[in-house]
Design a protein around this ligand. Structure first.
Ligand code: FO1
Length: 337
């Protein structure tokens, strides 16, 4: 295998990619060439404009993680960050204060915003930013592509007894960061998704891949939005490459928390089998050729396989790059049979 494409959200996808690249570098992935290329198609529906800046959390989380610039504790933003701008904005009473941009991180958003305002599409801006972060660390073998250059935003309808409609709609980031996804998401609205077009290189990255991976990212607001870009799901269904996914749900909860509300709001059972069956088997109108669940969910394997989706139970906790590389190897073994 020479070309691997990963459809990624933020933290879960980035952590998986770290292990995948580690596995490639150490020759631990069966059938994968040591100089294999990895193309990341990243979710951009979490993006927001704030303080006049365009912020792309999932693109940046992947970029910083793979470029060794991420804050490992938070899993987002820059390591060794300082917060002077945030404090100064708060001192001026500038809202919102619930979404914090660090000083180092702001440089990324300034470059991105200036380039966008000069007329460059997000894909070209991302390539320019990645020259700093990905090129030195990965010798040009990792590409980061936004799922679309178009503006797409996930909005969430929540109950609001004080509004005439009984509901209020907030940006996904307000739901996730300010409200900590602690209230039911009554409705998810993917603004602009149906009218979006795949970013440059995205369809080819799926069509020409030797393997496509759905990492343990949020199946609704990360992988779900990527699959919602018109033509993208069709490309996945049609690709000759095997498509394998790894469950973000372990033991009935999301490994990195808070995804349950999102699954419930779109009527998907919060379980490893529920998410696998939500993606579905390619032989049955879905997108997957294989699904990995954690060992603690081994009792769900038979149910997934009964739906025609090959499934195995292996350790799925991404505790370090070795453990994550072993997950990637198991995923490849499952679909390379
Ligand atoms: N997450 C937080 O919990 N609080 C923040 O203030 C915050 C700021 C932030 C700034 C830039 C960025 O790229 C990400 C940031 N995140 C923050 C993380 C984040 O937005 C979410 O975890 C994801 O969008 C969900 O995948």
């Amino acid at each position: 295998m020479q070309n691997i494409t990963v459809l990624s959200g933020g933290m879960g996808g980035a952590r998986f990619l770290q292990g995948l690249l580690h596995g490639i570098a150490c020759g631990r992935l069966p059938g994968v060439a040591p100089d294999a290329s990895v193309t990341v198609v990243a979710n951009t529906a979490d993006d927001l404009w704030i303080h006049g800046l365009k912020v792309c959390p999932d693109l940046d989380t992947v970029m910083y993680t793979l470029g060794d610039g991420i804050d490992p504790g938070r899993g987002w933003g820059r390591r060794d960050e300082t917060w002077s701008v945030k404090e100064e904005l708060a001192a001026y009473g500038v809202e919102p204060t619930w979404f914090g941009l660090g000083d180092r991180d702001i440089a990324t958003h300034l470059v991105r915003t200036q380039m966008l305002e000069a007329g460059y599409p997000l894909s070209e801006v991302t390539t320019a930013l990645c020259r700093r972060w990905l090129a030195p660390a990965h010798a040009g073998r990792v590409r980061l592509l936004p799922m679309t250059d178009d503006r797409v935003e996930t909005h969430v309808a929540i109950a609001d007894p004080e509004s005439a409609s009984g509901r209020r709609v907030v940006h996904f980031q307000e739901y996730w960061v300010r409200l900590r996804a602690a209230v039911p998401a009554e409705l998810l609205v993917f603004v602009g998704l149906d009218e979006s077009t795949p970013g440059p290189g995205v369809i080819d990255a799926i069509t020409d891949a030797d393997l496509v991976v759905l990492p343990p990212s949020n199946p609704v607001v990360s992988v779900g939005t990527i699959l919602g870009v018109p033509r993208l799901r069709d490309a996945l269904v049609a690709t000759k490459a095997p498509v394998v996914g790894l469950s973000p749900i372990v033991g009935g909860t999301h490994v990195r928390g808070m995804a349950e509300q999102m699954l419930t709001s779109v009527g998907v059972e919060v379980s490893a089998a529920g998410v696998g069956l939500h993606y579905g088997a390619r032989t049955d109108g879905g997108v997957l050729d294989g699904w990995l669940v954690d060992e603690v969910d081994a009792d769900q394997v038979a149910r997934v396989e009964a739906a025609g989706l090959p499934c195995r139970a292996v350790p799925l906790m991404m505790t370090d790059p070795d453990a994550t590389a072993a997950m990637a190897a198991a995923a490849i073994e499952l679909v390379a049979r």
